[in-house]
Design a protein around this ligand. Structure first.
Ligand code: FPP
Length: 297
C-alpha cells in the first residue's frame, strides 16, 4: 500500500488543514453543497494489462491501481466534483481466480484502513455500495469503520462500489417500490419510487469515465447514468491521474447536455400553443401531434 511513497496520513490533500480557507475542500464548502457539484463515476479498467505489459502478475496491476485511486481522489474539489463513485469490484468479478479476488478485496480493505484518517480530515464521506452479505468479514469491518469515521464528511461523497451490480440494485429498488404499489400506481409513480431508492445517495451521474480502452458500461450505474456524458480513454487505470481526470472534466464541459430537449426553446407544455406533451393515445393521433396532416411544404 505504500508503494507510491505516501502513507495515508501523508496524502497531499490531508496535509493542509480544513480550517485553512485555501484548502480545496474548504473552498468547496463555500461554493456548493455536496449534491450540487458534479457526480463523476469511474470504471477503473486496465490493471491486468498494465501489469502484463510489464511482465508482472495481475495483482501488481491492482496494487498500482490503488495508487491511482489515491491520486485521483485528491483532485475532485478543484474540479467541482462533489460525488465520486469508483467501480472497485463488480458482482461478476467473483468469476476471477480466487487469488485475484482475495487480493482485490484485501487491497480495498487496506485502502479504507490506511486512507481513513486522511479522507476524514479532508471532509470526505466514504460509502460502499453493492451487496454486503458475500463480503469477507475483514472487508466488511473496514467498510463499516471507514463509513462511521467519515460519516460527517460534507465536501466529497466518495462511493466505492464493491460486489456491485446495477441490475441487481435496480431489481432491489423495484422490490421496495412494489411494496408501495396500489391500484392507482402509474409508471410515473413507480419511476419516482425507484428514484427514491436509487437516487437517495448518489444521484444522477454527470460524467462516466472508463479507462483501459474498452467501451462498455459493464453493469455500472445503468439507471443513474441515463444522461451521463461518457468519456472513454485508452489510458490504463494505474497510469490515470488527476490531470487525466481534469481532461475528462474539460471534455465534459465542452459537451452540450440537452437531456432530450432542443436548446433555447421553451420546453414547458403550453396547451393551445401548437403542441403539448403526449398524453394517452387518441383516436386519430393527429390530436397528439398537430404537425401530422399539415402541409409542411
Ligand atoms: C479492472 O481491471 C479492475 C478491477 C477489477 C479492480 C479495480 C480495483 C482497484 C483499482 C484497486 C482497489 C480499489 C479501491 C477503490 C481502493 P482488470 O483487472 O479487468 O484489467 P484488464 O482488463 O487489463 O484485465
Amino acid at each position: 500500500m505504500q508503494s507510491d511513497g505516501k502513507s495515508g496520513t501523508q496524502s497531499a490533500f490531508a496535509a493542509q488543514s480544513m480550517l485553512d480557507p485555501s484548502h480545496p475542500f474548504a473552498l468547496q464548502r463555500v461554493a456548493r453543497g455536496i449534491r450540487t457539484g458534479l457526480h463523476v463515476a469511474i470504471i477503473m479498467d486496465g490493471n491486468g494489462r498494465w501489469a502484463a505489459r510489464r511482465g508482472l502478475p495481475r495483482v501488481a496491476g491492482h496494487r498500482a491501481g490503488v495508487s491511482a485511486v489515491r491520486r485521483v481522489v485528491e483532485r475532485p474539489p478543484q474540479l467541482g466534483i462533489t460525488r465520486l463513485t469508483l467501480y472497485a469490484f463488480s458482482s461478476d468479478n467473483w468469476k476471477r481466480p480466487p487469488f485475484e479476488v482475495r487480493s482485490v478485496l484485501a487491497l480495498i480493505a487496506a485502502y479504507l484502513r490506511w486512507e481513513q484518517a486522511a479522507l476524514r480530515d479532508a471532509g470526505a464521506r466514504v460509502q460502499a455500495i453493492g451487496r454486503r452479505d458475500r463480503l469477507p468479514r475483514m472487508l466488511l469491518r473496514e467498510i463499516e469503520q471507514c463509513e462511521a469515521a467519515t460519516a460527517a464528511g460534507q465536501h466529497l461523497h466518495l462511493r466505492v462500489a464493491v460486489d456491485y451490480s446495477s441490475r441487481e440494485a435496480i431489481a432491489r429498488a423495484a422490490l421496495h417500490a412494489v411494496h408501495g404499489l396500489n391500484g392507482s400506481s402509474t409508471p410515473e409513480t413507480v419511476d419516482r419510487a425507484l428514484a427514491g431508492h436509487l437516487q437517495a445517495e448518489g444521484g444522477d451521474v454527470d460524467l462516466l469515465i472508463r479507462t483501459g480502452g474498452e467501451k462498455r458500461l459493464s453493469d455500472f450505474l445503468l439507471w443513474e447514468s441515463a444522461y451521463a456524458e461518457l468519456v472513454f480513454t485508452d489510458r490504463m487505470w494505474p497510469d490515470f491521474d488527476g490531470d487525466d481526470l481534469e481532461a475528462a472534466v474539460a471534455e465534459f464541459k465542452r459537451r452540450e447536455r440537452r437531456f432530450g430537449a432542443v436548446p433555447g426553446v421553451d420546453t414547458s407544455p403550453r396547451p393551445g400553443a401548437g403542441y403539448r406533451v403526449p398524453g394517452p393515445a387518441t383516436a386519430t393521433g393527429k390530436e397528439l401531434f398537430p404537425v401530422l396532416g399539415q402541409d409542411r411544404g
